[in-house]
Design a protein around this ligand. Structure first.
Ligand SMILES: Cc1cc2nc3c(=O)[nH]c(=O)nc-3n(C[C@H](O)[C@H](O)[C@H](O)COP(=O)(O)OP(=O)(O)OC[C@H]3O[C@@H](n4cnc5c(N)ncnc54)[C@H](O)[C@@H]3O)c2cc1C
Length: 409
């Protein structure tokens, strides 16, 4: 089976333009020296990444398919595929701007015209960074049981509560936050969504030391005042937060798809070709050959599922099980790949010392990242969502034996 992707002549010309621009704007030494561990990215590297993000935004390449008036590039999906593909092959500081991937689409779908004017252009141009603040210590998979309260007081809402696993390797301008606005309303109808300025008095943030790194934080809200006009959900947005969040979660649960596969697989194959064991390259070993072939095939299966979802999303197709299928593929492939790597490469895949570490420490970092299957919903929850979508769940609204319906985050 031929897995190769063939560009149209127009895509090929655009690819040359994008690649040329990236070559001219990314210093070689930055790519060569960047730590694969996001937590080790230096302040200078982070600042460089942010400036680079803004340069991409100015070209319309950060949110290529968004309208120009909303900070996008007004480009076609064909162009977006090229940009995604080229960026994924570069070694860059993490640009974890969840505003573009998660909050932006929700504002585009649910925001008032005034909110779109206020939040989208800065987001699309990479000037505004937003973190997603949904999860709480007692509300993860069952997101609808969240406890953060938002009480209307004059023209402001006053927020109290705690969010967990929030953020990325950078600073944020806004926290895209879910909170209960009506504790007496039925489940799902009691929640509203807010864009909370991160510099609001009453917000305290503590970095979490996670094995996967990633700059995740606890965020405490104590009497945080947020203006009424920052409530997202349309003109009558109070109580619509669950549906606003669904726009985000559908994308986060694999609905955004992906047109490229992880470059780690190619790096691993190159490493095995050039590593000599017992006088022969690792790839001369028949067991290693079989393992690498299996890794290669599975990685392409994931790429095809991701490409289908990318197409479905951009063509406005309705999703059933497909988003969670891609998410579940990623969450099972990563730990499986990590195990294969340990068998193939041995202890070199587990050390951080540059002298011994295989592939510039990429493999060691991957070993740890592969353990983090929780972001965007656990594998079990992806299975629950798929079961509901194909009609084999115990009931559309009740999945847990505890009797608590699952929110499916
Ligand atoms: C690295 C990282 C990054 C994250 N980033 C963000 C972020 O940016 N913003 C944000 O808001 N959140 C973020 N999260 C939170 C993430 O969405 C939650 O961790 C996830 O939804 C699971 O919730 P939980 O951790 O409370 O686990 P729980 O919900 O307590 O689940 C515990 C275990 O029970 C299982 N389980 C729960 N319910 C069911 C069920 N109905 N059926 C079967 N099994 C079930 C789960 O699969 C899991 O194995 C992040 C988490 C991590 C680890």
């Amino acid at each position: 089976m031929d897995f190769s992707v063939v560009d149209t002549p127009e895509q090929a010309a655009f690819r040359r333009e994008v690649r040329g621009w990236l070559d001219a704007n990314i210093p070689k030494e930055l790519e060569e020296n960047l730590s694969p561990d996001p937590q080790e990215v230096t302040e200078a590297e982070f600042q460089w990444g942010w400036e680079f993000q803004k340069k991409l935004g100015a070209l319309g390449w950060l949110a290529p398919t968004w309208d120009k008036e909303h900070g996008g590039g007004g480009l076609s999906v064909d162009h977006a595929m090229v940009i995604d593909g080229e960026l994924s092959m570069r070694n860059l500081p993490p640009m974890s701007n969840l505003g573009i991937a998660l909050a932006g689409p929700a504002i585009r779908a649910w925001g008032t015209d005034e909110q779109k004017r206020r939040f989208l252009p800065g987001t699309g141009r990479g000037e505004i960074i937003t973190w997603q603040a949904f999860t709480e210590p007692e509300a993860g998979s069952d997101l609808a049981s969240l406890k953060m309260r938002a009480v209307l007081d004059g023209d402001d809402y006053v927020l109290n509560g705690t969010k967990m696993f929030i953020g990325g390797c950078n600073v944020a301008d806004f926290l895209y936050t879910l909170a209960v606005t009506d504790p007496n309303a039925p489940r799902h109808q009691n929640i509203s969504a807010f864009m909370v300025p991160n510099n609001s008095p009453g917000i305290t943030i503590h970095l979490l030391d996670l094995i996967a790194g990633g700059g995740k934080r606890m965020v405490y809200y104590e009497d945080v005042r947020v203006a009424r006009e920052n409530l997202i959900g349309g003109e009558n947005g109070v109580g619509k937060g669950w549906w606003v969040a669904q726009t985000t979660l559908e994308l986060e649960h694999g609905g955004s798809g992906r047109v490229v596969r992880d470059p780690l697989v190619d790096q691993l194959i190159r490493y095995c070709r050039s590593s000599v064991r017992g006088g022969k390259p690792l790839t001369a070993d028949s067991k290693a050959q079989q393992m690498l072939a299996d890794i290669y095939i599975r990685s392409h299966v994931g790429r095809l599922i991701g490409t289908r979802n990318y197409w479905m999303q951009s063509a406005g197709k309705k999703f059933s099980y497909e988003g969670s299928q891609f998410s579940l593929w990623g969450k099972t492939f990563a730990p499986w790949l990590a195990k294969q790597v340990r068998e193939l490469v041995g202890p070199y895949s587990l050390v951080t010392d540059q002298k011994w570490a295989a592939i510039h420490r990429e493999l060691e970092s991957h070993q740890r990242q592969s353990l983090a299957t929780h972001p965007g919903g656990t594998p079990e929850i992806q299975r629950v969502i798929m079961a509901r979508a194909i009609g084999i769940s115990r009931s559309p609204n009740r999945t847990a034996a505890s009797g608590k319906p699952s929110g499916g985050h």
